[in-house]
Design a protein around this ligand. Structure first.
Ligand code: GUN
Length: 292
């Protein structure tokens, strides 16, 4: 069994991006600039956005954090998006989700200029991704693909089972693993909360991508010998063993599943660290105007 070290790969890619940014600056080019919009004070969102801003600093990007209280109106937030769309110094921006109930996330995402949508959530980017066209890929599926690539894991002709059908992980991961290129070329099965015989389906999988958000859903008796398991789960489970009072728990019962795997990602330190790197990669592409 080989552990897929997302933390290590993420650090390597950050180093590669930092070197490229240094070169861009030396050549007199524009420093990539990411803006992040944070509404309210959700603990998880605060942590993620702080990590994104820090990562920008680490690689030499410019970053701007825009904060609003959670009583901001949809109209005001749309005005902010419009301003960022028109700000020529900002190459890409994200609006951290979830948003308060009274604001339509779909409306906000659609208002973002797809050429600055470094989250890859805009329908234009999702549509282009599903057609295999150049686009901003959303962070988690992109991070998973990068890990498969960096570990040179063969995917062609493999049966990939995806657990979960969310718009930001399960659905795009399924489309990407299906595409006629590497990593991809898989036979893909998507399982979800209404799927019957999940155990039998998982037992046929060469690759399992677990993205249900159910802690330790995938047990040892659901995985065949030699499978590759990618764990996307990051549920905060209360714990008296950590300073923060919670423990990040994946969708995979790691101790049971790991001994059967050829490769497996841990939680934390697997897919998680790769997601911010994917955002940095998109911001670099946005800065270089490579895609649009
Ligand atoms: N909330 C959880 N993950 C994400 C993400 O990748 N982007 C944004 N904007 N919000 C999130």
């Amino acid at each position: 069994m080989q552990l897929i070290d997302g933390k290590l790969i993420a650090a390597q890619i950050k180093q590669e991006i930092a070197e490229e940014v240094t070169q861009i600056k030396t050549d007199g080019g524009k420093t990539p600039h990411l803006a992040a919009v944070l509404v309210g004070h959700d603990g998880g969102s605060e942590t993620y956005v702080a990590a994104k801003v820090q990562a920008c600093e680490d690689v030499g990007f410019k970053s701007t954090l825009i904060r609003y209280e959670d009583n901001i109106t949809e109209q005001e937030l749309l005005a902010c998006v419009e301003k960022l769309n028109n700000d020529t110094d900002i190459d890409g921006f994200i609006v951290q989700l979830p948003l308060p109930e009274h604001i339509s996330e779909d409306k906000i995402i659609e208002a973002i200029d797809y050429r600055k949508d470094v989250d890859g959530f805009h329908p234009v980017n999702v549509g282009r991704m599903s057609l295999g066209l150049p686009c901003f890929l959303s962070a988690t599926p992109s991070g998973i693909l990068e890990l498969l690539k960096r570990y040179e894991i063969e995917t062609k002709g493999k049966h990939c089972v995806i657990l979960g059908r969310s718009n930001i992980v399960g659905k795009p991961a399924a489309l990407l693993m299906l595409q006629k290129r590497y990593p991809g070329d898989c036979t893909v099965t998507v399982c979800h909360s209404r799927t019957k015989n999940i155990k039998e389906i998982c037992l046929q999988a060469d690759i399992i991508i677990a993205a249900l958000g159910v802690p330790e859903f995938l047990r040892g008796d659901m995985v065949k010998e030699g499978a590759i398991v990618i764990d996307v789960g990051t549920t905060r489970v209360p714990s008296n063993k950590t300073k923060s009072g919670f423990k990040l728990t994946g969708d995979v019962a790691f101790d049971e599943v790991a001994p059967k795997c050829s490769y497996i990602t841990p939680v934390p330190g697997g897919v998680g660290p790769m997601t911010i790197v994917s955002l940095l990669k998109n911001t670099l592409l946005a800065g270089k105007k490579t895609i649009f």
